[in-house]
Design a protein around this ligand. Sequence first.
Ligand code: ZN
Length: 103
Amino acid sequence: MGYADRSRPPSEWPGLETSGLTTLTDDIYYGWLEHEANPIFWHWCVALEGVPEDRKVHEGCWVAAGASAHRLVSREPLHLEPSLLWRCCGLHGFVRNGVWAPA
Ligand SMILES: [Zn+2]
């Protein structure tokens, strides 16, 4: 079983135990890295489904992306502005009051 299996989300990856990893949806997680004011996000990228493992940067369809250009309105509950858009697959939504809301 590898990271390609969605039943092994980022929250179960070794090394991320201390990053405060939080589930937004089944497809979106975020956590905190040292020296980074804003969280880093992982999303299950549908654009990568069907792509061979050896042609991907990361294992499985999980894609990591920072949000350093966003304004951190609140850390707890998480609130970022403006909306988050991942151009790889078009996943787009707001994180407000700790909740993902599709845009
Ligand atoms: Zn994507």
